[in-house]
Design a binder for this molecule. Structure first.
Ligand code: ATP
Ligand code: MG
Length: 393
């Protein structure tokens, strides 16, 4: 007997002709994350990890919970197809004993026989295995097909028999990479890291861009951004680029020439325009933000219209647009970004906040205000592009 983990995916299963391509991408991501623990292979709508060492199982279980595209997974005893009934019993009884130790004594056996050449039918196998357990642990178990607290599952595939009794929930979604690459506008707040995570879960590999106003933003805020990207890295398997943009000169120009109430909108337009330029240059297909409808002044529909107008081609993905803050916080805690996000430190906008932000910005007004930045803005924009640092995280 050897130790394996059976990994399932569901949404990929609906992908028709492209299914193999999605599967291969998921297999690739799983190999990157846990390939060092054993052999990974795909078969009949499943992925199997054949573990080199039993001791690695806890770590593998933890890592699999992070990989988008997986619906559930089960640590399993793996037996050869010609295993004797004694071998099957020997693999099943420890699973039953563990349930017994946890006080779960009502059980059922479920057998799936994908390999129709296997000599016994599923129903026969279920009966026989249930009988084995009842007899070996005399009087301590009862069987119920409906009200069971312990389910022993047996799967018979082309090459092996698997026995297992646990199904860990996966994170669902699609394999990272299948949607291409995107650029997340990452502030130090709670929302944008969650937005990045939700986009990764729909298959997009994310890079990050953050706008800074030294000296108003500090080394501490830099560290915070790096730490956020490190947490998010776990979900995409590989590292990403973090673009750090010095934004202070553009902000100073806006502060000097434009209406204070339009400042935030104008900053945002510059950020979006800049992010789009980087994304187009470096092959990213969308921008991602943590904006949420009506949450703050810059997120009214009128102001979103004014901000969005600065983007020419790429879609702007706003996965949190209808989220309640509390829902976003719950996800941030689950994925491990919350603790980093709540570290106090200034971000580029808090240093330049206007006291009376317009909540119903007018596009004509915004454009007129932006005209006041000419002609210097083009040179500042180009200088910021030149001075942007690219960190591999
Ligand atoms: P967050 O919690 O992500 O900071 P927020 O609720 O504070 O969001 P805003 O400050 O209005 O909302 O920012 C809206 C979105 O704009 C952010 O989620 C982020 O995507 C982007 N953004 C804001 N400030 C910056 C910045 N300095 N650098 C990069 N992106 C930013
Ligand atoms: Mg913020």
């Amino acid at each position: 007997m050897s130790r394996a983990v059976l990994i399932r995916y569901d949404e990929i299963g609906t992908k028709g002709k492209n299914r193999g391509w999605f599967e291969d991408m998921l297999v690739g991501n799983i190999k990157k994350s846990i390939g060092s623990f054993g052999k990974v292979r795909k078969f009949r709508g499943r992925i199997e990890l054949l573990l080199d060492r039993d001791d690695d199982l806890p770590q593998v279980i933890t890592l699999l919970a992070l990989i988008p595209g997986i619906s559930s997974y089960s640590p399993a005893a793996r037996l050869p197809l010609d295993a004797s009934w004694e071998d099957i019993e020997a693999a099943a009884l420890p699973l039953a004993d563990r349930a017994l130790a946890e006080g779960r004594t009502v059980f059922r056996v479920t057998c799936t026989r994908a390999n129709k050449r296997y000599p016994s039918t599923s129903v026969d196998l279920q009966k026989r295995l249930a009988g084995t357990i009842l007899k070996a642990r005399d009087g301590r178990f009862t069987v119920s097909m409906k009200d069971f607290t312990f389910e022993l599952e047996m799967e018979i595939d082309a090459d092996a028999i698997y026995l297992f009794s646990e199904r860990f929930p996966g994170t669902l979604g699609l394999p990272v990479g299948c949607a291409g690459e995107v650029l997340t506008l990452l502030s130090g707040g709670i929302d944008s890291p969650v937005a990045a995570y939700l986009t990764m879960r729909r298959g997009a590999r994310s890079h990050f861009i953050s706008f800074h106003s030294p000296p108003h933003t500090t080394e501490e805020s830099m560290r915070k951004l790096r730490d956020l990207t490190l947490v998010l890295r776990q979900y995409q398997g590989t590292g990403s680029r973090l673009y750090i943009v010095p934004f202070i000169d553009i902000q100073l120009l806006i502060r000097a020439r434009c209406f204070e109430s339009y400042r935030t909108i104008l900053f945002r337009r510059m950020m979006f325009r800049f992010a789009e330029a980087i994304a187009q240059r470096d092959g990213m297909k969308a921008l991602v933000t943590g904006e949420s409808l009506s949450q703050v002044a810059s997120q009214t529909l009128e102001n979103l219209t004014c901000i969005n107008d600065a983007v020419e081609i790429l879609p702007v993905l706003r996965p949190l647009i209808t989220n309640e803050k509390q829902e976003t916080i719950t996800i941030a805690k689950k994925i491990g970004t919350f603790e980093v996000s709540i570290r106090p430190c200034a971000d580029s906008c808090t240093a330049f906040l206007s006291k009376i932000p317009a909540t119903r910005g007018k596009l004509a007004m915004v454009r007129a205000e932006e005209d006041k930045l000419k002609p210097e803005i083009d040179a500042l924009f180009a200088a910021a592009l030149d001075a942007t640092e690219i960190h591999d995280v």
